[in-house]
Design a protein around this ligand. Structure first.
Ligand code: PLP
Length: 378
């Protein structure tokens, strides 16, 4: 049989347009007609709709997931001299915002099974370092919630909050509770490639704490509730009406899209699980649903496999090739290779495969066939 080598996409957003483009265009027209572009009814409605999905009483729209992390930290009063524990195996924004507010990121290794922050390592280190950390930021990596029962327990023993970086996990669940309600504050990203993507930058915080929500609402608008009166120095970080209206048009499809990602992941799991040399980066738990923002495997000859697949027209991605404690940006924190062996090993082994709603079955089959052929398992 002839091997197909025509390139398939890693992510094809056209497939989403096919089901919501008319609604998106109508939403855009609605905003253009209203001439209300900032802090209007679309943003307010989106906040209510997202709070409902996340099982929280409050949501505040912001201009990115990165700002959601920054304002969550600021709302907790975290600043210079404070320490915040987090994972080194994430997108840089998680730790970057800790540094941005003047605090010190304290990295803790991840669990080998999930690549999420290891609650036992958090417990051990949180008792060892002085001063005691002011917060913990967990990341729901690839769309799988971290172990919040264990994390909240550790946090409670210190009287500190957990922040959930759920930039990859809207719609996921943990013990039947939705992502966003699993910690004290949830931080969402609507970056276009995320599983609920805007047509530009956008983000949100969700929380059950009214004081936190009110403070962030004021902060995003220059510390102001009344025009030209500023209670404190805030910033400019609003989620604009066009993005809000677009997200509202896409939101009704989110659970179907997450379901489709799950079905593709199940297909990959089924055909890759038994292949000698392949490990799943995300295990299947009866108590958690993963929304597969990325579908990722772990293989020792990762770069060889990526090159092999590329020749067959199959694109892949590496999330993430370098853990944060080894980034030049964090040189001054004085971490060294060997500090977080699980994250370091994962960075050499992980390979994300194409997985998006609307991905044709024929493409899924080519991915499976490509990986299996590489390992001589046809
Ligand atoms: C995407 C992402 C962010 C940043 O979100 P933006 O909306 O792009 O600013 C933060 N943390 C994680 C884990 C992410 O994947």
């Amino acid at each position: 049989m002839e091997v197909q080598t025509q390139a398939i996409p890693y992510l094809d957003l056209h497939a989403q347009d096919a089901v919501c483009e008319r609604d998106v265009r109508a939403a855009i027209d609605r905003v253009l007609a209203s001439k209300h572009f900032i802090q209007g009814p679309e943003g307010a409605a989106l906040e209510q709709e997202v709070a409902s999905i996340c099982g929280t009483s409050h949501a505040v729209g912001l201009n990115s997931g990165t700002d959601a992390l920054k304002l969550a930290l600021r709302a907790l009063g975290i600043g210079p001299g404070d320490r915040v524990m987090t994972t080194p195996f994430t997108f840089i924004a998680t730790a970057e915002m800790i540094a941005e507010v003047g605090a010190l990121p304290v990295f803790v290794d991840v669990e080998d099974a999930t690549l999420n922050i290891d609650p036992e390592a958090v417990r051990e280190k949180s008792h060892r370092i002085k001063p005691t950390p002011k917060a913990i930021i967990a990341v729901d990596l690839f769309g799988l919630p971290a172990d919040y029962n264990a994390l909240n327990d550790v946090a409670k023993s210190h009287g500190i909050p957990v922040i959930e970086d759920m930039a990859q996990a809207i719609g996921a669940t943990y013990h039947d509770r939705p992502a966003g309600s699993l910690a004290f504050i949830g931080c969402i990203s609507f970056f276009p490639a995320k599983n609920l993507g805007a047509y530009g930058d956008a983000g949100m915080v969700v929380t059950n704490n009214g004081g936190i929500a009110t403070w962030i609402r004021q902060c995003r608008n220059h510390g102001s509730t009344e025009k030209y009166h500023h209670a404190f120095l805030g910033c400019s970080s609003r989620l604009d009406e066009l993005q809000a209206a677009i997200l509202r048009a896409k939101l009704p499809h989110l659970s179907q899209w997450n379901h489709e990602r799950g079905a593709i992941a199940a297909f990959y799991n089924r055909y890759l699980q038994g292949v000698d040399g392949v490990r799943l980066a995300t295990p299947v738990y009866p108590t958690r649903t993963c929304v597969y923002q990325q579908y990722t495997i772990r293989v020792e000859r990762r770069d060889d496999l990526a090159a092999f697949l590329k020749e067959r027209g199959i694109p892949t991605a590496v999330h993430y090739p370098m853990p944060l404690h080894l980034q030049d940006a964090f040189l001054d924190l004085k971490y060294a290779p060997g500090d977080f062996p699980v994250a370091e090993r994962a960075s050499k082994e992980v390979l994300s495969l194409p997985c998006y709603p609307g991905m044709p079955l024929a493409h899924q089959e080519r991915v499976v066939e490509g990986v299996r052929t590489f390992f001589g398992s046809t």
